[in-house]
Design a protein around this ligand. Structure first.
Ligand SMILES: *Cc1c(COP(=O)(O)O)cnc(C)c1O
Length: 392
């Protein structure tokens, strides 16, 4: 693989060899793949700093790959995209506080709307500015988080019919269990969504954008695709769940986390290492120290429960993960300061290494810590610099 071609300073730890490398060509290909699979408009979800990958870089790559919308969770995240010169439509996925409406409109963001107070405030702001404000109405069909609940559907449509400065340019819902293909919930939610769409049309609301699908919906529930899909985790090449594996759909991880051995030593059988001596060397052998820890986002629950590729070979993380360092058991193989350690992704030189073609997956970490890939990649802190590679 070619070395990274561009570097974006993101944090202070420039003297430490620990970096996150993001392959922007993988993001582009994943978006193109999702567009091909779904044959509909792709809205690339870049909230939480692009799931830890870097929102501006990911947004740019996603638009290059064929996305026509972006989505964020916060007004501030939308402002960041605008400040970087990104002009594409940006959907804010939940209502911000009413006080943020001015900033939202200044940044030309498209709000998600559902509560009466927010809708009235948006209408007033539109009136004041002398133009209609495009918004995407969200209905709760079973997620139970935000959105107009079914009992309020008629009254909310009545309100919207009486707020001339709010234009319902989209109607959306969100799926609670799309990542469990066998669960009947998705079909039930989509049936409820269809009932709402019929009601809305009868009241004269027939917007161009109708959307329900997240990545799992887009991949395994074709009936959820409607006219747009809001794909997050899939554009990063990661799996929504164990049951919906990104690799099965041709999506490839964009993130690689790498470091280098900072200290190496031979220990005697029975030697305890790291806090609490939660691991002891089974035989005489080599232990490597790696300069990354839980303050970087390598969760402490991975103590004794993760593997890395060290000089190309799969090795176990042993003992407690510390704040800034962790330890790796290399058994009989002598290890040297400077040897490459890949914590996520493939080894740099897969060539003739013992585990050529092997890669450590975020899915492995998720399983080890009883979580999901989303939490793994959004958990990396600002201390780890992000570097960008692009094969163009
Ligand atoms: C985060 C989010 C998404 C993206 O979900 P993925 O599973 O990452 O594809 C879509 N819609 C809403 C409302 C979200 O909050």
């Amino acid at each position: 693989m070619a070395p990274p071609t561009t570097m974006a300073p993101h944090a202070t730890a420039r003297h430490r060899p620990t970096v996150i490398e993001v392959d922007l060509s993988a993001i582009r290909r994943n978006v193109a793949r999702l567009a091909g699979i779904t044959s509909t408009t792709v809205c690339a979800v870049v909230k939480a700093d692009g799931y830890g990958h870097g929102a501006v870089q990911v947004a740019t790559a996603a638009l290059d790959g064929g996305a026509s919308w972006l989505a964020v969770a916060l007004v501030e995240e939308g402002e960041q995209l605008r400040a970087a010169g990104i002009d594409a439509p940006v959907l804010v996925l939940t209502e911000p506080p009413v006080d943020a409406i001015g900033a939202l409109l200044d940044a030309r963001l498209t709000p998600t709307i559902y509560s009466p107070r927010f809708i009235d405030a948006l209408d007033a702001a539109g009136a004041q500015r002398g133009h209609r404000v495009s918004a995407h109405l969200k209905v709760d069909t079973g997620m139970g988080r935000v959105g107009v609940v079914e009992a309020d559907w008629p009254v909310r449509l009545d309100q919207l019919a009486a707020t001339p400065h709010v234009e319902v340019a989209g109607i959306q819902t969100h799926l609670a269990r799309a990542d469990e293909p066998a669960a009947p919930t998705t079909a039930e939610q989509l049936a409820r969504f269809a009932r709402f769409l019929a009601l809305a049309r009868a009241e004269g609301f027939d917007p161009p954008f109708v959307h329900a699908a997240n990545t799992a919906g887009a991949l395994v529930h074709p009936e959820s695709r409607h006219t747009m899909v809001r794909t997050g985790i899939g554009i990063y090449g990661l799996s929504p769940s164990e049951a919906v594996d990104a690799a099965d759909h041709g999506l490839k991880p964009a993130m690689r986390l790498r470091s280098e051995v900072s200290f190496a030593k031979r220990v005697d059988a029975g030697t305890g290492v790291s806090y609490g001596h939660r691991w002891h060397a089974p035989v005489d052998g080599w232990v490597a120290t790696v300069p990354i820890g839980y303050a970087d986002g390598v969760r402490r629950a991975l103590s004794n429960h993760a593997e890395v590729l060290l000089a190309g070979a799969r090795r176990p993380v042993v003992g407690s993960v510390c704040m800034d360092q962790l330890l790796v058991w290399c058994d009989q193989d002598e290890v040297r300061v400077g040897d490459e350690v890949v914590l996520l992704g493939a080894a740099t030189d897969g060539g003739d290494a013992p585990s050529a073609g092997d890669a450590v997956r975020a899915e492995e970490w998720a399983e080890s810590i009883g979580s999901i890939t989303y939490e793994v990649v959004t958990g990396f802190t600002a201390r780890v610099p992000r570097m960008y590679r692009d094969e163009r």
